[in-house]
Design a protein around this ligand. Sequence first.
Ligand code: G3H
Ligand code: 13P
Ligand code: ZN
Length: 326
Amino acid sequence: MPNTTHYTAIGLSNTKAMFEKAMKGGYAIPAYNFNNMEQLQAIILGCIESNSPVILQVSRGARDYANQTLLKYMAMGAMQVIKEAGSKIPVALHLDHGDTFELCKSCVESGFSSVMIDGSAHSFDDNIELTKKVVEYAHKFDVSVEGELGVLAGIEDDVSHEKSHYTKPEEVEEFVGRTGVDSLAISIGTSHGAYKFKLKPGESVPPLRFDILAEVEKRLPGFPIVLHGASSVVQEYVEMINKYGGALEGAVGVPEEQLRRAAKSAVCKINIDSDGRLVVTAILRKFLHDDPKNFDPRKYLGPARDELKKLIILKNKNVLGSAGQA
Ligand code: G3H
Ligand code: 13P
Ligand code: ZN
């Protein structure tokens, strides 16, 4: 690959061995999104401290925001920090919700060890065609590929879905067989963002569709399944945001016990972005309210980063079950 970097040169891993271990061990690998240095520091330090494998996720939006070259070197820097800490946690660098072949190719070339091609907005056959094309290219470089069947409600980068469509278990064997993907994201009731369920007063969050998950597992024994939209929308941070001037009424996520249950099954990767966003926003709002004279970004980004690191350690221990598994 001229003018390109292969992920092994950076010390990254693809997801194959990570998922095999997770499947056998009854836990899931955390996939945390990052867009800036503080998020990356919190993820890396939290995963070193809890000795957890990790998938660092970059969306198209993150690449646009932070600059793709800078992101690549940030990931390289993170690997060096891990080495200097004497840690050997496996790390994958993954494209989240790639929507075109060209974007996936560009990520493979710039050192990603895993890419998602999200063809869920297309017809079944077009999704297969696009996913297969990405798999054929990525596999030449031993890069893992995640596909998606079924539609999650909420915002998936540029694609906004009003309604979710659960994954049809009867389609999964054909999809995996014809595309050659290494893992499959399915829709069983999770959704992106901080408003996952519309609850009337007194109502509680409905359970995820574990029946669909069980049917998928039966049809694809031992195959790695991915859950997107898996933030729990931790109420402590929602309340802090609202107390200090925010307006996140009715924000609600997936209960941690349900995610833990999923992590014990064929679900090998759990995606978490919104929870991290909420932590950072809560700490910033509180700090700026409590200390109006301060204007040093380190004074508020530092505590936000430290709180995010704490959340990541707790998630790895209590939700993913990945702590101690590196
Ligand atoms: O599923 C989407 C992720 O949370 C990434 O969000 O496209 O706003 O970076 P983003
Ligand atoms: P959340 O919005 O629930 O954090 O989901 C993130 C995600 O699925 C990233 O791909
Ligand atoms: Zn997602």
